[in-house]
Design a protein. Structure first.
Ligand code: ATP
Length: 305
């Protein structure tokens, strides 16, 4: 096998709480990931030249060592002594820096592709370990499941199995603004100053949990109780982003006022989403929202994948 074409899906965080600061400087999280159908496409082929070559249809994404795909490929080459080179072309559909995990997903897809292309025979557990060295969300995409609970930096995973068929529709509204994850965590820390202390970590954050906790949410998912699930979705960073970014806050308020459903945020934003069960309704809402928000946001309709 010399070449592969693979989809590289996005994720949503249905639940995200920040529990404190870890001794290694990263944040201790608990999050419920969902893999969704909005996806990039990666074209990967072996080349005779030793180099790793990356291209991307989105000119804002760096294609050198800063690209997570490049880092994943270089890491596996180094670790497993791969002599050949490779070329990876990324067709970007997932908005960049939107809290949808596009870069992490691309890195995971590159790991999975190289494992197959070069016959490296790395187990899923081995790949997950490598994924965690590359970034916080990469392991979820290597796991390749619809839902998983992430602890630690997000890479300590437990698959959440739901019996029978369950598929959500998500209206995704991505405000055209760049938000740096680092800045959001910085603002969280500032807002939390004077708040109660992070559990067992010595970090100071305002840690009032409003979503009722992930343990309340998981049974709703397993029982397919969508309206209770929707009410239990929570993201600790939503308030932080809305308080510090007027543009996102305006989009959030107008989307909320449209009454299409509860408005949630994924990761460190700015992607906002609405959970829906019925496809016809989701499509109707999608067209209405796209018409109304087109100049300020990118709007997508995606499902559980
Ligand atoms: P995070 O929460 O980790 O910031 P995100 O989902 O919000 O992730 P990404 O689309 O992964 O955002 O992009 C985050 C940063 O990673 C951007 O600054 C981007 O330039 C860089 N990056 C590196 N490689 C990639 C890639 N293959 N695809 C997208 N972004 C990449």
């Amino acid at each position: 096998m010399n070449a592969l074409v693979l989809s590289s899906p996005a994720k949503l965080n249905l639940y995200l709480d920040v529990l404190g600061r870890r001794p290694d400087g990263y944040h201790e999280l608990i999050t419920l990931f969902e893999r969704i159908s909005l996806a990039d496409t990666l074209f990967i082929r072996r080349t005779r030249r030793r180099a790793i070559q990356v291209t991307c249809t989105d000119p804002t994404v760096p294609c050198d060592r800063r690209n997570l795909v490049y880092q994943a490929a270089a890491f596996l080459r180094r670790t497993y002594g791969v002599k050949e080179g490779m070329r990876i072309d990324i067709k970007k559909n997932i908005p960049v820096g939107a809290g949808l995990g596009g870069g992490s997903s691309n890195a995971a897809t590159a790991l999975l592709a190289m494992n197959r292309l070069f016959g490296l025979k790395i187990s899923r557990a081995g790949l997950i370990e490598h994924a965690n060295e590359l970034g916080s969300d990469v392991a979820f995409f290597v796991l390749g499941r619809k839902w998983a609970l992430g602890r630690g930096r997000g890479g300590d995973l437990t698959e959440i199995k739901v019996s029978g068929r369950l598929k959500f529709w998500h209206l995704l509204v991505v405000p055209k603004v760049s938000i740096l994850t680092k800045e959001v965590y910085g603002a969280l820390k500032r807002q939390g100053k004077g708040g109660r202390r992070g559990r067992g970590t010595g970090a100071t954050f305002g840690l009032t949990k409003k979503g009722g906790g992930v343990n309340i949410l998981l049974p709703y998912l397993k029982e397919k109780d969508i309206s209770s699930l929707d009410r239990a979705l929570y993201n600790r960073l939503t308030e932080v982003v809305l308080n510090s970014n007027t543009f996102v806050s305006e989009v959030y308020n107008s989307l909320h006022a449209c009454n299409y459903g509860r408005v949630h945020m994924s990761g460190s934003g700015p992607t906002l989403f609405v959970l829906m069960r019925d496809y016809a309704e989701a499509q109707r809402v999608f067209y209405a929202v796209r018409r109304r928000f087109r100049d300020r946001c990118r709007v997508f309709l995606a499902s559980t994948w």
